[in-house]
Design a binder for this molecule. Sequence first.
Ligand code: COA
Length: 415
Amino acid sequence: MGKALDGVRILDFTHVQSGPTCTQLLAWFGADVIKVERAGAGDITREQLRDVAGADSLYFTMLNHNKRSVTIDTKNPEGKLVLEALIQKCDVLVENFAPGALDRMGFTWERIQELNPRMIVASVKGFGPGPYEDCKVYENVAQCVGGAASTTGFDDGPPVVTGAQIGDSGTGLHLALGIVTALYQRTMTGRGQKVLAAMQDGVLNLCRVKLRDQQRLERTGVMKEYPQYPNGTFGEAVPRAGNASGGGQPGWILKCKGWEHDPNAYIYFITQAPVWVKICNVIGREEWATHPDYATPDARLPRLKEIFAEVERWTMTKTKFEAMEILNKYDIPCGPILSMKEIAEDESLRKTGTIVEVDHPVRGKYLTVGNPIKLSDSPTEVTRSPLLGEHTDEVMAELGYSPAQIDALRTAGAI
Ligand code: COA
């Protein structure tokens, strides 16, 4: 059976994390992803955070599966000709250079269209058009300018960035959707188009509920599900919400048995209204089910701290997994705080292909996160990331270059 994106050729000019996550997804869906790198250097992440001497880092290998690697010096005149041939052969060019770098190479949108009017040019940039459009941006900058940092953390502490790479991987996901959408539109128009995913926009999209809260705050001056209610004060902007749930069902992180020595012996507990009576029964506070101070969601809002403290008295008598098992029987939504070690060892995640073991010729076996999106007719097989320039000769031959021409280009430093 073929793959969903069989026949789609991606000229992958991405580096670091945001762009590579996007093209990795496209490769997992079956596209032929040809990653262009500089000879002798390659994607800077090949050597960043190295844990095995001489081997591509996990940073690189975990973001570049299922791709081919070619080396081209795109500032060399002959290298530019090779790139032109690739532009004519490919469907999509994906890049996340600093603003203007592609133009400086001589590959403006106009030039690319001359070479291939069907080409889709997809870019990750830090900011969209505006005062900051020329700025370079990394993950945490995006989290700060997209509204995530100001709304993450606790009220009495500084803004906090999250471990989820919502700026890089999150924007890569947005870009991938933009690319397949543009490919779909091209089937009707026959034309390519530009696709832009700005990291600030991607983070803000993921912080949509916080812009919701900003407007609620401006209208009512108070947000009753936030930990600042009822005793704290609200300012002009959405405050940090600690571990409060972002939705209408209040939640909090509670200690479980062993919390004194295990930093992850905690559970996220949601006091979902439809199961309130069951919660009261489980924690041994049956009278709360009918008491007017506790029986309705509105009555509970000013008492959430007291309620969670009482639930915690119960969760502290159970391990996080015991608590999860008991609560699930009653359909009470909850989730243990899983460490990366626990996730890496999780058998069920391995069975679904979400955690995958991959073999690499230099570093040996390592774990990676497989495709989180499962298509029933287009299953993903994760294959290792390419060595630098591993497929240069193969791709050059596909472009029609003879072995002698390839040697000459190599001697000239173009590939
Ligand atoms: N051959 C020749 N030159 C090449 C090349 C190749 N194969 N590949 C890249 N280059 C050149 C570029 O043309 C550029 O040259 P120029 O500055 O003279 O025009 C140079 O390499 C550096 O590229 P750049 O993207 O500016 O890298 P950087 O290390 O200075 O910046 C980022 C890194 C991530 C900050 C920047 O790329 C960026 O802001 N990207 C957009 C946002 C983004 O994706 N950020 C998240 C990254 S996870």
